[in-house]
Ligand binder design. Structure first.
Ligand code: SF4
Ligand code: SF4
Length: 194
């Protein structure tokens, strides 16, 4: 009979990613006890390569490359179901966003480039107009993806139903507030890098 205890290895967490997340958003990922309630309620888990609970576990084990190459955080719709259900108050939705930001900062490209391009187009649109101007956002997205005719049928239907305005609704006070938010974020990011 072999001595099983002699061959069993212990996985020692390397906490760099864990610490980075804690530093960025103050969430202690280590409080997760893997009950998987987050994954059970996630409406997007069917499109993810790792469930939210698996991603949390990978973070705890310091598997940065796995996390940063994962589709999971890119498919997350930020619906907050996981965060609401977590008995340990782990803010999973926020961790998903943070992982996206850290992945891009560290030079990883999104395994779902369309989502990343959509994020950029939507943010630029909000920055310029203070709110979503759908037609402008669609134009920006088409220029980034070169998928000029994708969903054209749906776009035409929306247009004739009055869901796509030809001109953006611009309010100077709203737009200047949005500009202030974007410039504050840029300032904080600069300070953070320094
Ligand atoms: S619900 Fe919370 S404690 Fe449970 S697996 Fe998900 S993150 Fe961990
Ligand atoms: S916030 Fe993201 S990870 Fe959490 S339940 Fe919603 S889609 Fe899933």
């Amino acid at each position: 009979m072999t001595d099983q205890t002699a061959t069993v290895k212990t996985i020692i967490p390397s906490g760099d990613l864990l610490k980075e997340i804690e530093k960025e958003i103050g969430v202690n990922v280590n409080t997760c006890y893997q009950c998987r309630k987050c994954s059970a309620g996630c409406p997007m888990s069917w499109a993810m390569d790792y469930t939210p609970a698996q991603l949390i576990h990978a973070i705890r084990l310091g598997q940065s490359a796995l996390v940063f190459n994962s589709k999971t955080m890119w498919m997350c719709s930020a619906c907050q179901t996981c965060t609401t259900r977590c008995p340990q108050d782990v803010d999973i939705a926020r961790i998903m966003d943070t992982c996206k930001i850290l992945a891009i900062k560290q030079g990883f490209s999104s395994p779902v480039p369309r989502v990343h391009k959509f994020n950029k187009a939507a943010l630029r649109n909000i920055k310029w107009f203070g709110r979503m101007y759908e037609l402008g956002m669609i134009g920006d997205l088409k220029m980034r993806t070169f998928e000029f005719f994708k969903d054209a049928g749906m776009g035409i239907k929306m247009f004739f139903k009055g869901k796509l305005n030809v001109f953006p609704s611009i309010s100077p006070s709203r737009t200047s507030t949005t500009w202030k938010i974007f410039s504050n974020v840029a300032k904080k990011e600069k300070e953070h890098r320094a």
